[in-house]
Design a protein around this ligand. Structure first.
Ligand SMILES: O=c1ccn([C@@H]2O[C@H](COP(=O)(O)O)[C@@H](O)[C@H]2O)c(=O)[nH]1
Length: 277
């Protein structure tokens, strides 16, 4: 398990707050990998080997594995076991259900003895409230990453609804802060919502924010880092497609490394600017 302190130390040591998204699609991986018994795992393994010194987190998105049924789950289990011990390993599952069902989801992703998988963190949707989120917090040291303000166009449908004094996404953060502290809860905030980071820091001054939407969705670090960073960095920035599909041939892992390196170098600059390193 990765504690908040260890995460911060990793960020300073690697000069990076990059999360590599493993949204691995069998239709997009190089042809030559298809000769392996588990091409998706083989792809992930090579991406992990090529990027692990440049990032502090990995985030397989469970949809990409579940969509292939048993085979996909086998690739996910194999990937989860291969992830480095010193990175924060997030399953992007976006779960949310009543308590006893959430217990089962927590077991699926956190209890290695039952499912073969032991992730450090899971993304959850807060719509069903307290009892849908707290079962994950029963697993000591694991993190819950709550969808607050997503990168999607549809974020405006519900997340900006006025709930009295607050937008819904603000109310979500206020309420979730009562369930656990910044050592167990992070929030998802899209890179495409750069103008909201200052406001979000009023509600979540210390929590890490998982920020998707850089690269393929058009967000860029320079747009939000200065508004979202805390003295401990407080940001994990995810990029999936722009890294893992940077190349499409035999040298795909080198291309992924190059892309990850570009982001890591920009991150080092941001950390220096903020005097964190
Ligand atoms: O608001 C959100 C929440 C989650 N995601 C997920 O992050 C990655 C982004 O992938 P890219 O290829 O870098 O665009 C993907 O797994 C999404 O499901 C998000 O984009 N926005």
């Amino acid at each position: 398990m990765i504690t908040r302190r260890q995460l911060i130390d990793q960020i300073k040591q690697k000069k990076s707050f990059l999360c590599v998204g493993l949204d691995t699609d069998i239709d997009k991986i190089p042809e030559f990998l298809k000769q392996y018994p588990d091409p998706v795992f083989e792809f992930n393994k090579r991406i992990i080997d090529a990027t692990k010194d440049l990032c502090v987190a990995y985030k397989p998105n469970s949809a990409f594995y579940e969509s292939y049924g048993v085979k996909g789950l086998q690739s996910l289990v194999a990937t989860s076991k291969y992830l480095p011990q010193d990175t924060l390993n997030i399953i992007d599952a976006k779960r949310g259900d009543i308590g006893n069902t959430s217990d089962k989801y927590a077991r699926a992703f956190f209890d290695e003895a039952t499912s073969g998988m032991s992730f450090d963190a899971i993304t959850v949707t807060p719509y069903m409230g307290n009892d849908s989120v707290t079962p994950y917090l029963k697993y000591e040291g694991r993190w819950v990453i709550i969808l607050a303000l997503t990168s999607s166009v549809g974020s405006k449908d519900f997340q900006y609804l006025n709930t009295g004094d607050d937008y819904l996404y603000e109310a979500v953060i206020k309420k979730a802060n009562t369930w656990a502290g910044a050592d167990r809860i992070m929030y998802v905030v899209g890179a495409t919502k750069s103008t909201e980071f200052t406001n979000i820091r009023k509600y979540a001054p210390d929590n890490f924010l998982l920020v998707p939407g850089v690269g393929a969705q058009g967000g860029s670090l320079q747009d939000f880092c200065q508004y979202g960073m805390t003295k401990d960095c407080g940001l994990l920035v995810n990029a999936s497609r722009s890294i893992i599909y940077a190349g499409s041939d035999d040298d795909f892992a080198d291309a992924a490394r190059e892309e990850a390196k570009k982001l890591q170098q920009q991150m080092a600059e941001e950390l220096e600017k903020a005097q964190i390193i």
